[in-house]
Design a binder for this molecule. Structure first.
Ligand code: SF4
Length: 378
């Protein structure tokens, strides 16, 4: 008996890179998101939006973007502000290093780039907080420069359309993603194309349950043809979360002002204000540790636990045991760059990070309701 002829397996091939732009731009014209940083060509405003959007959802950024620009409407207004003013306007958005870099870069643009956001990609990428993605996003939107972008949304779309196996955090995969992002970029309207790619990832090509039936790339997408979009992108290496126990002290003076201290000027929440606090060693008693935070003349003062707050950063988790000194103290005039007494009504001017607000709220419960300040969101 003659051996049966095996049916050839259909071989799906990746789409030609030049076929992506037309359907994607047509879809964007109909379904692109309306956002305040779209359809403008002011590189300063686009830059602010891109920095805010790093690691932060669009919905959250919308609560801050207009307010920030009302306070700092121009590059020179931002450069002339103090760091505390910038951090206060940023308070609640998290990842405060972004605000600090934004401020530093604004000063450099004023002093070294004729008061402009540089339009040269290499010059722009030397500035603090501005990497290759941000350069592409700013210059393609503001000047229609043909520069690609690769962010989480773009990685998801590209790895599905081209069926790219591999960990996107690895350099070989990064290289391939940037190569493809550049190859699919059309000569005209690269800014719109980049925005369209991001919108597709954000609104259609979801991590779970992508809406392939409404996708303009459905007929081109290799993962859709092979029925495995959710297998892409492949998982990335996970960074371990560090758990840190802390003890914090709410201590107020006879005018109802609380003591705040400034964090170190490098590292997590650098230079931000918080209740006096100490990191605990493994097994260390928070009640004992917190007494070291009292001014030395007041160490005999009774302190009580008033609650515990949890706060998760990207790779760190704090558990903060908050204590209050029993009675107000006579405050010494110690306002300086590292420690200050602050009335609750003035807290919003400082720009407390969310982790500090959580602990401060416990302290404020000790005050009369009418003394509570308007809190910053987040
Ligand atoms: S067809 Fe599906 S998997 Fe492919 S890009 Fe569109 S939404 Fe994503």
């Amino acid at each position: 008996m003659a051996p049966s002829q095996a049916e050839p397996t259909p071989v799906e091939t990746a789409p030609a890179t030049e076929t992506i732009a037309a359907p994607l731009l047509a879809w964007y014209a109909q379904a692109g998101r309306t956002l305040p940083w779209r359809d403008i060509d002011d590189p300063y405003r686009i830059w602010v939006s891109e920095i805010m959007l790093q690691q932060t959802r669009v919905d959250t950024v919308l609560n801050y973007y207009d307010r920030f620009l009302e306070q700092f409407p121009t590059l020179s207004a931002l450069a002339e502000a103090t760091e505390d003013q910038v951090l206060a306007a940023w308070a609640g958005l998290g990842f405060y290093r972004r605000a600090r870099n934004l401020h530093r870069a604004a000063k450099t643009m004023i002093s070294e780039h004729q008061g402009q956001v540089p339009s040269d990609p290499e010059a722009l990428q030397t500035l603090p907080g501005i990497g290759r993605y941000t350069v592409g996003a700013i210059l393609s939107s503001a000047h229609n420069a043909r520069l690609p972008i690769v962010d989480g949304n773009v990685i998801r779309v590209l790895s599905r359309v081209f069926h790219l196996a591999g960990d996107p955090s690895r350099s070989a995969m990064q290289k391939e993603l940037w190569r493809l992002a550049e190859a699919i970029l059309p000569g005209d309207r690269p800014g719109d194309f980049n925005q369209a790619l991001m919108d597709l990832g954000a609104t259609v090509c979801h991590p779970v349950n992508p809406r392939c039936d409404t996708c303009p790339l459905q007929s081109l997408c290799l993962a859709n043809k092979l029925g495995d979009p959710e297998d892409f992108p492949h998982p990335t290496r996970k960074t371990k979360v560090v758990f840190q126990q802390r003890a914090a002290l709410y201590i107020r003076d006879r005018d109802g002002r609380m003591l705040l201290t400034r964090r170190p000027d490098a590292g997590l929440l650098a230079s931000m204000w918080e209740l006096p606090a100490v990191d605990l060693q493994d097994g260390e008693d928070p009640a004992a540790a917190v007494t070291t935070l009292l001014p030395s003349a007041k160490r005999a003062r009774k302190i009580e636990p008033i609650g515990t707050v949890e706060h998760r950063f990207s790779h760190r988790h704090w558990t903060v045991h908050v204590f209050a000194a029993e009675n107000p103290v006579a405050s010494s005039p110690l306002d300086n760059d590292q420690r200050r007494w602050v009335h609750p009504d003035d807290l919003h001017e400082i720009g407390l990070p969310t982790a500090t607000w959580k602990a401060v709220r416990l302290g404020l419960k000790l005050l009369d309701a009418e003394q509570r300040p308007g809190e910053s969101p987040g």
